[in-house]
Ligand binder design. Structure first.
Ligand code: C5P
Length: 242
């Protein structure tokens, strides 16, 4: 992974893969005094594990972390990792601003971007490479996701209103991999409406009329969200290093 973005390749050069890590959330559901992505997990701030996975993925050319304006929790960048303090009011806005920073820094419109939640610190280089393998030859791009294992209930005032068909339901994870220009265009279309309904990159691409590819992920690639998730993430990371 290089320290700075080299100019966009000319002519028939193969598109490159960039990682964009939105890291500007407050993580209030985790109930911690500092944003959850900076909480220590297995001896390091959570996002450092995330960044280590991308650093170890051979086809990631460069990684950009989007933090909140004035945010100093992460400290300086590391080799192959740039930090842009252009985080927005929502995850979608942080990603939109980060894509602008990537393009301004020399990424090309037809290069790929893999957007990944800072708080999914258990992603592995093998999962990242599997997504790249599946999407590089695809016209649209896609996302890691998991077929739903549990029975799905529709709630109404704390009671079950219905049991829903689960056979065709998947849980969306990250990374999500799309061409930079296509994703930026899809998010730009949602910007005037405050990015309403854009809860991941795929939802913006879907709203633009495309059908992203579902690439089977792993149950271990969960998003650390609630206080009890930290102990689980810590146990998995320590078991990998044992
Ligand atoms: O809050 P949630 O867990 O859904 O956030 C998912 C990811 O998006 C996290 O890595 C978080 O830091 C990031 N985020 C962001 N800007 C926001 C809100 C969330 O970069 N305004």
């Amino acid at each position: 992974m290089s320290d700075s973005i080299s100019p966009s390749p000319q002519g028939g050069a193969a598109p490159r893969c960039f990682a964009l890590i939105p890291c500007a959330g407050s993580g209030s559901r985790a109930g911690a005094p500092v944003p959850k992505q900076y909480q220590p997990v297995a001896g390091q701030p959570m996002v450092r594990h995330t960044l280590a996975a991308f650093a170890a993925a051979p086809r990631i050319a460069h990684c950009l972390v989007v933090v909140a304006p004035g945010d100093a929790f992460l400290g300086p960048g590391a080799p192959g990792v740039a930090i842009a303090d252009c985080g927005g009011a929502s995850r979608a806005e942080s990603v939109f601003n980060g894509l602008g920073a990537l393009l301004a820094g020399g990424a090309g419109a037809q290069d790929w971007v893999l957007v990944h939640d800072a708080a999914r610190c258990l992603v592995t280089p093998a999962q990242i490479e599997a997504l790249i393998d599946a999407c590089l030859g695809d016209a649209v791009g896609g996302l890691l996701a998991l077929p739903l294992a549990d029975t799905l209930k529709l709630a109404d005032a704390g009671r079950v209103a219905a049991t829903l068909e689960r056979a065709d339901k998947w849980l969306a994870q990250t990374p999500q991999m799309f061409r930079i220009a296509a994703l930026r265009g899809a998010l730009a279309a949602a910007a005037p409406g405050g990015f309403a309904g854009v809860t991941d990159e795929a939802s913006a691409i879907e709203a633009a009329g495309q059908r992203p590819l579902l690439v089977p992920g792993s149950a271990q690639n969960f998003k650390v969200t609630y206080p009890e998730d930290f102990a689980l993430a810590e146990a998995v990371l320590r078991s990998r290093n044992a």
